[in-house]
Design a protein around this ligand. Structure first.
Ligand code: GLY
Length: 371
């Protein structure tokens, strides 16, 4: 088992990464508990596959649990389910010194973290992420929240977990497409800040995707360490933390354009967005022309989406996509900030991007799609 420490003073915590950590959940959680019981919020698919093992793992450490099982899918990250979680925790008489457990992917982690942030003005919570995306990104760093009809993640709070248990064995039950979508967030770390990690991924990611658990644990550890370093420097995204949004401005527009449907999963949008950010950087003379080709070649080798051509069905035109990008949370004083790169592993934040450079990029990317 590896441990990555997230050094945030009074809000510091550990992320434990390894195989079969769920079986040790009771031993891991017991030191945090004022009484030997936790309240687990999960969703149906995760509950069917893994809740029994979590219960046994908690019981082995002398910890009892109650569970609330929600429907799967993005629509669970909403006001009605937030109310349901908070009211359930109140009905269960969860106290301020108790611990709530978020057991699932990013939807459950964000929703339950937000419920914990507002319940009794803040109770502690533990993330037990079950998707690759949640293990490398959303479970670490304390961003919690829900979607509204105005957009994704528009209501929420920074609320750091007390512990994260990333059990890489659980990833074995993910559908290959979901695993690869999570991989979009893994490759993002190499691209934004560590060329050595990107090299490592070029050599090792195919075997990792094929199921090698040691490589999976190493990829999760490397990603989480990079995220922990950035979050420690900039917990509330006043500066450097925006680097973690590499590819996300394009991604959010594409997700909105495809109706947040199965046509494009979030991590697939991140992978396409990273390729577009590198293409834009090359066109602006910031990085070598070979860099975007290398990014796309790696994504192609992994069999994940990398171009607008990989999105099935109609897409809006470049101006409509630009209008969707303008809804991004990174807009400051009406100006969109982009994460661009001077090379692989060398991303930076800038508002200095000519509007027509982005428009031309989108026009060309849309034109390359089969008609
Ligand atoms: N997923 C981006 C962040 O945590 O800042």
């Amino acid at each position: 088992m590896d441990t990555v420490h997230v050094p945030l003073g009074a809000r510091a915590y550990d992320v434990r990464i390894g195989q079969d950590l769920i079986a040790r959940a009771g031993d891991e959680l017991a030191p945090l508990l004022a009484r030997p019981k936790v309240w687990v919020v999960t969703e149906e698919r995760v509950a069917d596959l893994h809740l029994g093992r979590l219960m046994a793992g908690l019981a082995a450490g002398g910890v009892a649990m109650e569970a609330l099982i929600l429907p799967p899918g993005e629509s669970t990250k909403s006001w009605p389910h937030l109310i349901r979680v908070v009211e359930w925790l109140l009905t269960e008489k969860v106290e301020r010194r108790d611990v709530v457990v978020a057991f699932g992917g990013g939807v459950i982690g964000d929703l339950v973290g937000f419920a914990a942030a507002i319940l009794r003005r803040g109770v502690r919570f533990v993330q037990v992420p079950t998707s690759l995306l949640a293990q490398v990104d959303s479970s670490v760093g304390g961003k919690t929240g829900i979607n509204t009809e105005h957009g994704k993640n528009l209501v929420g709070a920074f609320h750091q977990p007390a512990l994260v248990l990333a059990d890489v064995a659980v990833l074995g039950t993910l559908a290959p497409r979901d695993f690869l979508a999570g991989y979009g967030e893994v490759v993002k770390y190499g691209l934004l800040g560590d060329a050595v990690f990107f090299d490592w991924l070029e050599s090792n990611a195919p075997a990792m995707a094929a199921g090698d658990l040691t490589l999976r644990a190493e990829a999760v550890r490397w990603s989480v360490q990079m995220k922990a370093d950035i979050v420690a420097r900039d917990e509330t995204e006043q500066g450097d933390r925006a680097l973690l949004n590499l590819g996300h401005t394009f991604c959010h527009a594409l997700e909105a354009a495809t109706g947040y449907s199965d046509r494009l999963l979030h991590g697939e949008g991140v992978a396409i967005g990273c390729a577009l950010a590198f293409e834009l950087s090359a066109r602006m003379g910031l990085c070598a022309q070979e860099d975007p080709s290398r990014v796309r070649a790696h994504l192609a080798a992994m069999g994940t989406k990398r171009d607008l051509s990989d999105i099935e069905g109609a897409l809006p035109d470049a101006d409509a996509l630009l209008a969707l990008m303008a809804q991004d949370k990174k807009v400051v004083d009406g100006k969109l900030r982009f994460i661009l790169a001077r090379g692989i592993g060398e991303a930076f934040v800038t508002a200095d991007v000519p509007g027509n450079a982005v428009r031309n990029l989108l026009v060309d990317a849309l034109r390359a799609r089969p008609r």
